[in-house]
Design a protein around this ligand. Structure first.
Ligand SMILES: [Zn+2]
Ligand SMILES: [Zn+2]
Length: 388
């Protein structure tokens, strides 16, 4: 589907984004390149600053029809990329496209180019959504508030390059594929005192130790055993010296669940367990929910459509349906608004050592995955519109 020249430009584009990564809601250079390219294509409409640094382009086909939305995330992560001698290494110390969003952006721009070339026989409208700040799961919300979904799509699709799959493979399944994420901060406040006279104080250190254990019962006792759930306390801070009982301890954690009903139940239990432990140890609890994001749940019919396309693009033997992750992605907000499907495009190459985990300093992928991504999204959009 792509000419050699188009493939080359696609790789160049990805490498340019890779060299110049930008953190969540600071994607000014990336957004400017995206907007310029979409304008050059002569799209019907290009909007910038949608949800701060997001860009939306609208391609209207010559024939009437439905509207399909394609989404790419554009932000990078706050970590330094390892030097493996790659010529396109990040020039921004401390910022690295360690999740493949550089690839997603380059893929969607190329898809826009290919679909624009077919404008004359395109039935319907394509909405290209370039979303900022996925890594902080805050970008989609801002875009929705800024009416990114205009015109209102009938379906939405997106892909994630995935290093747990070899290049040439695609994985798609109906139902949940990314978990909901609820990040929280718990502070336990007691009354400080002397380490040798604990009876004169209320000890938030002991209370927090009990709480870390007690919170694990959300997963082991409150969640149905066949439903995946995970709760991690990733940070715990309090105290200054061995002979002082501090008056406050702060814990930070995250809860990940696929099922929205289980999610609500566990959030209720989280509050109850915190209150109960705090009461036991005579400390005052406070819970602040920080970043929250629902699960990505694929529509069955849309997942079937993507699977059919994948079978043609990479061959039936290379299409899987087993990938799910307890990670979160705010593509979920679009999927909640419009039926759609988010799927994985394999990007690892074990032989070439391109299989580091996402978010790691050595993360990189086999760029042949970009071609697969372009073919997938282009064909998915065309198939959805052609079905009318
Ligand atoms: Zn990521
Ligand atoms: Zn990502």
């Amino acid at each position: 589907m792509l000419t050699a020249e188009q493939s080359e430009r696609l790789v160049e584009l990805r490498r340019d984004f890779h060299r110049h990564p930008e953190l969540s809601h600071q994607e000014h250079r990336t957004a400017a390149i995206v907007a310029d390219r979409l304008r050059e294509l002569g799209l019907h409409r290009v909007r910038t600053a949608v949800g701060q640094t997001g860009v939306v382009g609208v391609l209207q086909g010559t024939r009437p029809g439905r509207t399909v939305m394609l989404r790419a995330d554009i932000d990078a992560l706050p970590l330094t990329e390892a030097d493996r001698g790659q010529p396109y290494r990040s020039v921004q110390q401390g910022t690295h496209h360690a999740c493949g969003h550089d690839g997603h952006t380059a893929v969607l721009l190329t898809v826009a180019e290919l679909l624009t070339a077919r404008k004359a026989d395109l039935a319907g409208t394509v909405l290209f959504v370039f979303q900022p700040a996925e890594e902080r799961v805050g970008g989609a919300e801002g875009m929705l508030q800024d009416r990114a979904l205009d015109p209102r799509p009938d379906a939405c699709f997106g892909l994630h390059l995935w290093n747990e799959l070899e290049v040439g493979q695609v994985d798609v399944r109906p139902g949940p594929i990314y978990a909901s994420a609820d990040a929280f901060v718990i502070t336990l406040t007691g009354s400080g005192g002397h380490a040798a006279m604990p009876h004169q104080a209320a000890d938030p250190v002991l209370a927090s130790a009990e709480l870390v254990i007690a919170l694990q019962t959300l997963v082991s006792r409150d969640s149905p055993p066949i439903e995946p759930a995970v709760l991690t306390i990733g940070s715990i801070h309090g105290g200054t010296a061995s002979n002082i009982i501090p008056n406050q301890v702060e814990l930070q954690g995250t809860l990940r669940v696929f099922d929205p009903v289980v999610r609500q139940r566990l959030l209720d239990r989280l509050r109850a367990v915190v209150d109960g432990v705090a009461a036991t140890f005579r400390v005052t609890p406070e819970i602040t929910m920080t970043d929250c994001c629902p699960a990505c749940i694929n529509d069955t019919a849309m997942a079937q459509l993507v699977e059919g396309v994948a079978r043609r693009v990479v061959g039936p033997r290379n299409v899987g349906s087993s990938m799910r992750t307890m990670g979160a992605d705010d593509m979920s907000l679009f999927l909640n608004a419009v039926p759609g499907c988010y799927f994985f495009v394999g990007s690892a190459n074990r032989e070439r050592g391109l299989n580091s985990p996402h978010h790691s300093p050595t993360f990189d992928f086999d760029e042949r995955a970009l071609d697969v991504g372009v073919q997938m999204l282009t064909s998915v959009a065309l198939e959805f519109l052609e079905r009318g």
